[in-house]
Each structure stands twice: as structure tokens, then as C-alpha cells.
Design a protein around this ligand. Structure first.
Ligand code: ATP
Length: 240
């Protein structure tokens, strides 16, 4: 970890009604670093993303972000502090063009005057979107829609980006593009919490790794330390 923790979970538990999804989860993401959160389906990875972004309340434990206790803060406040949660879902407006989608987001986040520069950065990170700027978002391929959703948030500088299964179901070339963009984001100073089915990809990219199993942390440490024990830790994982 290359800096002091930006995000810290301490003994976090969470439930969906009577179903307990997280048990005493502790982990941290260092400032300027990338943490990979891996585990089999249903291990609780997305639930971690949801508690961090305020979408699911914790039943016990504590979450700190950028020195502030955000445990019971509403999602919009957490977002305003610079923590963005990007999900696999295609959160784009289908009837608007690529450029209109981007312009809407950038205008809202950065103000009208910043829009041209932000568009340039977005097309720099995702040349494929530049080629399709006049195309309506609904007619983009699934992978391209994922890129558009990502471009909307990547260009607006965040402190922490929580990316949930962004490469799920994408062709390898698209995954490369997504990771190249995440690399740019990381070098621009945004920390990353990466939830990933492509375990190898995530481990290649990340500074540290946390493995979840049945809602509990079973490994928290270096990528090298996890690699040799990965099949034992992530038993039954989906390899693509
Ligand atoms: P995947 O890799 O399949 O996305 P995950 O590790 O992200 O899995 P979660 O989505 O966090 O796992 O789910 C953890 C557990 O909580 C699962 O057993 C899931 O069925 C359950 N769960 C998730 N969302 C809800 C919900 N809204 N209501 C009830 N149970 C839920």
C-alpha cells in the first residue's frame, strides 16, 4: 500500500432482511493504490461495494473514508465526498448520443465551461467512443455501453472509484481497453477498489488483494502471497 488508508472498513457486517451477507469484514484501500476484491459468486463482493457507497446499511462495524466516519451517511453525501461506485449495469441514456450522454454528465459534475476539455479526455481514454460520438447510446454494443458508463465517471476526478465487475462478459480486447482506462485513472491519483471475476487481470493490476468467502475475509495481503494460494482461497471461481 503506497499511502495512508483512504477507505477503511472495520468489522463490518450487513444483511438483506434475515439473510446475513457480510460477517465482520475489515479491509482498507490506500491512497493512490488499487485493491482487488475477489471471491466466488455470492461471496459478498458487491455487498461490500454497496455498503461502502451507502446503498446497503451496515448492521455493525465502521467505515471511514478520507478521514471521515461515513458509516451511516446517505449515498448522495458519500458520492459528493468523491467516492463513486460504477456497476456493471448500463447506466446510459439509450436515446441520446454518446456525446450527449457525456456532455450531460460533465456539465452536471464540472460545469458548462469544462465540458469540451472533459470530452477530449474521455475520447483520449476511449478512442472507440470518439469514433461513435454521434451514435445513439442504445445502439452501442454491450461493451461500448460499459465504456460509456465508465467514461462518464472516469473523467470527473474522484478520490475513490469502486468498480464492480466492469469487465464481466466483455471480449478480451474490450477488457484491455477498460483496464488501460483504469490505469490512467490510477496514475491521475484516484484510488481503486476493483471487484473482478477475471481474477488474473485484477491481480495483475492491483497493489493488494482481499479474498472474500461466504461473507468473510479469508485473505488480506499482497498479490504475490495470494497467487500461490488462489485456488484454495477462491475455490470454484469462474476463470475466463
Ligand atoms: P457475484 O460475483 O455473483 O456478483 P458477490 O460476491 O458480488 O457475487 P453479493 O452480490 O454481494 O455477492 O451477494 C452476497 C449474498 O447476498 C448472495 O448470497 C446474494 O444472493 C445475497 N444478496 C445480494 N443482494 C440481495 C438482496 N437484495 N436481497 C437478498 N439477498 C441478497
Amino acid at each position: 500500500m503506497s499511502g495512508p488508508p483512504l477507505l477503511e472498513l472495520e468489522g463490518v457486517s450487513a444483511s438483506y432482511g434475515p439473510y446475513r451477507a457480510l460477517f465482520d469484514v475489515s479491509l482498507s484501500v490506500g491512497a493512490g493504490s488499487a485493491l482487488a476484491l475477489v471471491g466466488v459468486n455470492g461471496a459478498g463482493k458487491s455487498t461490500v461495494a454497496r455498503v461502502v457507497s451507502g446503498l446497503v446499511p451496515v448492521t455493525s462495524g465502521r467505515i471511514r473514508f478520507d478521514g471521515v466516519d461515513i458509516t451511516r451517511r446517505p449515498a448522495y453525501e458519500i458520492a459528493r465526498m468523491g467516492l463513486t461506485h460504477v456497476t456493471e449495469g448500463r447506466s446510459v441514456f439509450s436515446s441520446l448520443t454518446v456525446e450527449e450522454n457525456l456532455t450531460l454528465s460533465f456539465r452536471q459534475a464540472l460545469g458548462r465551461r469544462e465540458v469540451p476539455a472533459a470530452l477530449e479526455r474521455a475520447y483520449g481514454a476511449f478512442p472507440r467512443l470518439g469514433q461513435r460520438r454521434a451514435q445513439s447510446a442504445g445502439t452501442l454494443s454491450g461493451g461500448e455501453q460499459r465504456m460509456l458508463a465508465l467514461a462518464r465517471v472516469l473523467v470527473v476526478r474522484q478520490k475513490l472509484l469502486v468498480v464492480d465487475e466492469l469487465s464481466f462478459g466483455l471480449a478480451p480486447v474490450m477488457v484491455d481497453e477498460v483496464y488501460a482506462a483504469l490505469g490512467q485513472v490510477l496514475s491521475a491519483g484516484t484510488s481503486l477498489l476493483i471487484i473482478e471475476q477475471h481474477v488474473d487481470r485484477a491481480l495483475h493490476f492491483a497493489d493488494a488483494v482481499v479474498v472474500l468467502s461466504k461473507g468473510r475475509v479469508v485473505y488480506d495481503g499482497t498479490v504475490e502471497g495470494a497467487e500461490s494460494r488462489l485456488s484454495e482461497l477462491v475455490l470454484g471461481r469462474v476463470e475466463q
